[in-house]
Design a protein around this ligand. Structure first.
Ligand code: ADP
Length: 545
């Protein structure tokens, strides 16, 4: 017997129509590339996303063809999110921090037909457009009168002119909810980037899950600032979850420095913000440097790489902002786990709560996770045994776009298929997962593993260190020994000996790094994570003392 409920596909167009109907007057605020603040509403975004859909129809794009973006977080990007996917085409968000050759490779691999870009990225488009024969239309995300002349890009049109000729009446098509909605390439630390293809169904289920109280707890009373870029796994799904809940959305554009972010948080009374630790560090530095406090910010989700306990502590004790430490991946849409405490943990002493909050947290419903040994056997959830973290669920990738490599899934000892994350983790009896490392970043010393994350967290807890990365250096006796590469805060003179002494009592003696290398900067990747491969390359002539 089948259920007798209405058979309505879960489609992205329903999110924007819902937001327009139920929260039409709620603000969407953007800092534009031009530097000014732009205000619109969910109703106007819905209306203009229908104009986008009409413009795409007029360009004769077939169902499921790709529309690419090279864009900051802003209202036009948001309109493309809904207009492109809602019309049955696939939104391909490209990370502009990649090299132009890599961007051209991605555009060609995805066979993008239209490419929309912020004027900041004009030089990139000028460098790569001739290598991208599939793109038939280049759209600059600007007003008609701001379109630069003589760009060398054929038939370049401004976004406003592109949509202006089209009405705001459009009947969103109904189709199978498993249809592709958007495409995001992982930065691919080795080999070519791999395209993750989300569906309408996966996106909507993820949007529900993200909004839940024990996840990001979003509501129509929130003002949400995704500092995480809309080209980085759909800004962690926030543009969708905000439509689903009717939250006010504040989009920071290109200004990601501490002063600009702080100014936006205060002027728009942001209650919830999300970003990677490196961005939040610049915000904290700004607050400390200017004796500032937040008047509205209540919660911040931090993920993308391990959030140092010192950062969680600073947000909570100095600024009264709850940190939700989250873990995810491009292949997971991205949310897998988030750290919110259970009721019995609220009575624990402060230091035990702090230990828990440093973990990457519990799986949200929809994510099934486990840790496996090398034979694919499930390892115990005891908070101590580490193994490869594997996941499954309706918003976890089963394959990559047009990939020759074959399915990435692995089978456990029972024959069930899992996505292997490449992360090494423990899971405790309460189901709290903690990443100890990426498998390729673990340091193996004398047959024992050292977590590079632990070593980094201790270094950045030192008041004079702003950023640290731990890497393994080949050693004749121990296989590898850890060293810590650190960046001093401006004006500080902390020495190698000071920093090594700081490790005493904070980790086992044999895990204390053998050396400290101070650098002015540490290479960060396109999504703000330390690029350990590049760092190793940079230190290839380094020898242990
Ligand atoms: P990339 O692999 O290109 O960096 P992703 O953004 O998908 O792309 O990164 C996913 C990886 O980031 C995870 O597999 C994990 O190693 C790391 N990561 C994400 N969030 C966290 C976190 N909270 N703590 C530790 N590592 C994290």
């Amino acid at each position: 017997m089948l259920g007798l409920m209405q058979d309505q596909p879960l489609l992205i167009s329903s999110l924007i129509e819902f937001a327009s109907r139920q929260h039409g007057d709620t603000d969407i605020v953007s800092r534009r590339v031009e530097g000014d603040i732009h205000r619109t509403t969910w109703r106007a975004v819905a209306s203009r996303s229908r104009q986008v859909a009409n413009a795409i129809e007029a360009d004769y794009l077939a169902f499921s063809e790709r529309v690419a973006t090279l864009a900051w977080n802003g209202y036009r990007h948001l309109e493309l999110y809904y207009g492109v996917s809602g019309s049955g085409r696939v939104l391909h968000t490209i990370n502009p921090r990649l090299h132009p050759d890599q961007i051209a490779w991605i555009v060609n691999h995805a066979e993008d037909r239209i490419l929309c870009f912020d004027l900041t990225f004009l030089p990139i488009v000028q460098a790569m457009h001739a290598q991208c024969p599939t793109v038939g239309r280049w759209v600059a995300l600007c007003d008609a009168d701001a379109l630069p002349a003589d760009t060398g890009i054929p038939d370049l049109v401004s976004y406003e002119a592109w949509i202006a000729d089209h009405g705001a009446t459009y009947d969103w098509p109904e189709f199978d909810e498993n249809t592709a909605s958007s495409l995001c390439y992982t930065s691919g630390t080795t080999g070519n980037p791999k395209g993750v293809v989300y569906s309408h169904r996966s996106t909507l289920l993820h949007a529900y899950a993200v909004s839940l109280p024990d996840a990001m707890c979003l509501s129509a009373r929130d003002t949400v600032l995704p500092v995480v870029p809309m080209f980085h796994v759909n800004a962690w799904g926030l543009p969708y979850s905000c439509a689903l809940t009717g939250a006010k959305l504040v989009l920071p554009g290109p200004a990601l420095d501490g002063a600009s972010i702080y100014e936006l948080i205060e002027s728009e009374q942001v209650t919830f913000a999300g970003g990677v630790p490196t961005i939040w560090q610049t915000l904290l530095d700004h607050l400390h440097g200017h004796w500032l406090k937040f008047s509205s910010l209540r919660r911040t989700v931090i993920g993308g790489s391990a959030c140092p306990p010192a950062m969680i502590d600073a947000f909570q004790t100095e600024f009264d902002v709850e940190v939700l430490h989250a873990w995810g991946m491009t292949e997971l849409s991205p949310l897998g786990t988030i750290c919110t405490l259970k009721s019995h943990q609220l009575d624990l002493p402060a230091h035990e709560q702090a230990t828990l909050r440093a973990k990457q947290g519990r799986a949200i419903f929809g994510i099934d996770m486990g840790i496996l040994d090398e034979e694919g056997r499930a390892l115990p959830w005891d908070g101590k045994t580490g193994g490869e973290l594997v996941v499954r669920g309706p918003w976890v990738a089963k394959d990559y776009f047009d990939s020759e490599a074959g399915s990435p899934l692995v089978r456990d000892a029972q024959g069930r298929e899992w996505f292997p994350t490449g992360d090494v983790a423990t899971i405790d009896v309460d189901g709290f997962m903690q990443i100890t490392d990426r498998s390729k970043d673990l340091v193996k010393s004398g047959g024992e593993w050292i977590s590079s994350i632990d070593i980094e967290n201790i270094a950045v807890a030192h008041p004079d260190i702003s950023l640290a990365a731990c890497i393994g250096i080949p050693h004749p006796k121990w296989d590898e020994r850890p060293i810590v590469v650190a960046v001093r805060r401006p004006g500080s003179v902390v020495s190698r000996e000071d920093l090594l002494a700081f490790y005493a009592g904070k980790t086992a003696k044999w895990q204390i790094p053998d050396d400290v290398v101070f650098l002015d900067t540490i290479p960060l990747g396109a999504t703000g994570k330390v690029m350990k491969g590049k760092l190793r390359e940079q230190l290839k002539d380094y020898r242990l003392p």
